[in-house]
Design a protein around this ligand. Structure first.
Ligand SMILES: N[C@@H](Cc1c[nH]c[nH+]1)C(=O)O
Length: 374
């Protein structure tokens, strides 16, 4: 029997690491006073595809229900949680969650996330607390080789705003900026007759690196109050990260949103050894506008599959074995419970003694059963 493309079975270390990653996340967020939230795996497509959320139905696992409505497997936690907590009291601000999302446009159809969402809180607080939680979590996982990247949706949007692009052109431009394809960006913008914009967007593609970039752009944009505000926002977060001992911070002024609902700061964490993205997030106040709520909303989600791949495997404790038989299995089990050892295996037959530190057996003596070392 085969599996559909994008699905796979798993065994062993990847699973135990994932479960540990989930447990450590639960603990870290519990210690920081987050409340747990869970939403159903099956939802209406409309929750994710409406104009505000803006996600692409094509990438979702979907079907029609009996009433002819389209239902999907949860493609995104952030949008589902916004739906779920729109009616909650605003004093509840910090939410944490863990579980799968399903999307066709990723290498694996199912991917596991552990994330946080901070709503109705002070704007800077939400951004700072998101990043500090990410740092605390990585530290608990003993992952220390990573880089945090900061970007902002406001830059591209402010530069493009004065020019008229069709929806399709703007989408193509976003994709080309995302892929840092200078040739495509130039072609799309020049075709629309905006030579001046082409120049600033092409420069932006290279506006990537240490915080010095911000200094340069402060001068370049000195007459643009809106853009200076964006730079200040990014700079304050770099200060916070540096004060927390994270020196590997990258600024990407040319970054465009990877999810349609972002509207403000965007952050990503990359693992240095293979460049994989371990977390991603940002500000998304606009998602709440669909519920007529004007608020601050920001969060991030870890890719738990990526984390599991990079975590050191748990050290295996010494294993003990009790040899039993169908008649003595229950007695062996009683002993196993009483032994208070981390791993006690019960077997009827010893196939490979070398995997055990100590082997016991159940023996009968004067009509009584005893467990003795073999
Ligand atoms: N839902 C986003 C991550 C995120 C959480 N909060 C804000 N953004 C993602 O799947 O990439």
């Amino acid at each position: 029997m085969f599996l559909p493309e994008g699905s796979q079975d798993e065994t062993g270390v990847q699973i135990s690491n994932r479960l540990r990653a989930y447990e450590i996340f639960r603990q870290v967020t519990y210690n920081k006073s987050f409340r747990q939230i869970s939403t159903p795996v099956v939802e209406y497509a409309q929750t994710f595809t409406n104009d505000v959320a803006g996600m692409d139905l094509l990438s979702m696992l979907k079907w029609f229900n009996g009433e002819g409505e389209i239902e999907v497997l949860r493609p995104d936690w952030t949008t589902a949680i916004a739906r779920a907590i729109a009616g909650q009291h605003p004093s509840k601000q910090k939410w944490s969650y863990q579980g799968s999302v399903f999307r066709f446009d990723q290498e694996n159809t199912e991917s596991r996330q552990a994330g946080i969402e901070i709503v109705h809180a002070d704007r800077f607080f939400g951004e700072a607390e998101s990043l500090l939680t990410a740092i605390a979590y990585l530290q608990q996982l003993e992952i220390d080789q990573y880089v945090i990247e900061l970007g902002h949706t406001g830059i591209f949007e402010a530069l493009v705003a004065p020019f008229a692009f069709t929806e399709l052109e703007e989408e193509q431009l976003l994709q080309a900026m995302h892929d840092k394809r200078t040739d495509l960006v130039e072609a799309i913008v020049l075709k629309a007759g905006n030579a001046e914009l082409a120049e600033s967007l092409l420069a932006l593609i290279d506006a990537y690196g240490s915080r010095d970039i911000i200094k340069q752009y402060r001068q370049k944009w000195s007459d643009r109050e809106d853009l200076i505000e964006v730079l200040t926002n990014i700079e304050k977060l770099i200060d916070l990260l540096e004060a927390s001992g994270v020196s590997e911070v990258i600024v990407d002024l040319g970054r465009v949103k990877n999810l349609p609902y972002y509207d403000g700061i965007m952050f990503r964490g990359f693992l240095t050894n293979d460049g994989s993205t371990c977390f991603s997030g940002g500000r998304y106040d606009r998602l709440y506008k669909q519920f007529d709520i004007t608020t601050s909303a920001v969060g991030l989600a870890f890719d738990v599959d990526v984390l599991a791949k990079h975590m050191k495997p748990e050290q295996e404790p010494d294993k003990i074995c009790i040899l039993a038989s169908p008649e003595t299995h229950a007695i062996a089990e009683k002993h196993r419970i009483a032994m208070d050892e981390p791993v006690v295996d019960i077997q009827y037959e010893l196939k490979d003694q070398s995997v055990y530190h100590t082997v016991y057996e159940v023996v009968e003596e004067d009509g009584q059963y005893k467990v003795v070392e073999k």
